[in-house]
Design a protein around this ligand. Structure first.
Ligand SMILES: [Zn+2]
Length: 204
């Protein structure tokens, strides 16, 4: 999104909102449009640049709005409320209040989650060599990128289908969906702690 030169071409500050982008382009069009009275060659070039910038910024803003709306819809449609999250070792615990489905039906939850990969900086070792002094001595230090874990994460979504006969269960364990320790290759579990409710309202 952030492309300073596009904003520059429109003479506005970086990250200006859509309303300002539109206003700036209108202003520019008035003074520099090739059809307006006697624009110089410089003006025409300026206008063409501004037009290109305007189109790009507009397209980005539209795409962003669409993504935001979609995200809001997804959140709205989710049949659960967050109650908390904690970690124990490599296991992650999500506490959720889940809307009880109609009898005989299951529930599908789309949860925020993370995918893990070996840290590209230390290649999963968790440590990097730091040079000390001038003698070419290296000392292993905790990898600053992964903080010694050996793995880094990316946000993703995890869809969990709770079958009709699992509805009402207080705990559902998803094997190997927890934290990842690249050095040992161990993966924790994701444990859902579920409170089944008939209405989704925050109780605290
Ligand atoms: Zn690392």
């Amino acid at each position: 999104m952030s492309n300073p030169s596009l904003y520059n071409d429109l003479n506005i500050r970086e990250g200006a909102p859509l309303s300002e982008i539109k206003a700036a382009f209108r202003k520019m069009a008035k003074t520099c449009h090739p059809d307006s009275a006697g624009p110089g060659r410089e003006d025409v070039e300026k206008f063409i640049k501004a037009q290109t910038a305007y189109k790009k910024l507009l397209a980005t803003a539209v795409a962003k709005n669409r993504a935001r709306r979609k995200g809001a819809q997804e959140r709205e449609a989710q049949p659960y409320l967050w109650e908390g999250r904690r970690e124990e070792g490599l296991d992650i615990f999500y506490s959720l209040s889940v809307l009880r489905p109609e009898a005989g039906e299951g529930r599908r939850l789309v949860l925020p989650a993370k995918t893990w990969e070996a840290c590209p900086r230390c290649l999963g070792e968790g440590r990097t060599l730091t040079r000390i002094g001038l003698g070419g001595l290296h000392r292993p230090t905790l990898c600053p990128k992964c903080e010694g874990r050996g793995s880094i994460d990316h946000p993703t979504k995890l869809a969990v289908n709770i079958a009709a006969d699992q509805v009402g269960r207080g705990r559902i364990r998803l094997r190997r969906a927890g934290l990842y320790h690249a050095l040992s290759g161990r993966r924790g579990d994701l444990i859902l702690e579920l409170a089944w409710v008939d209405r989704l309202t925050k109780t605290h």
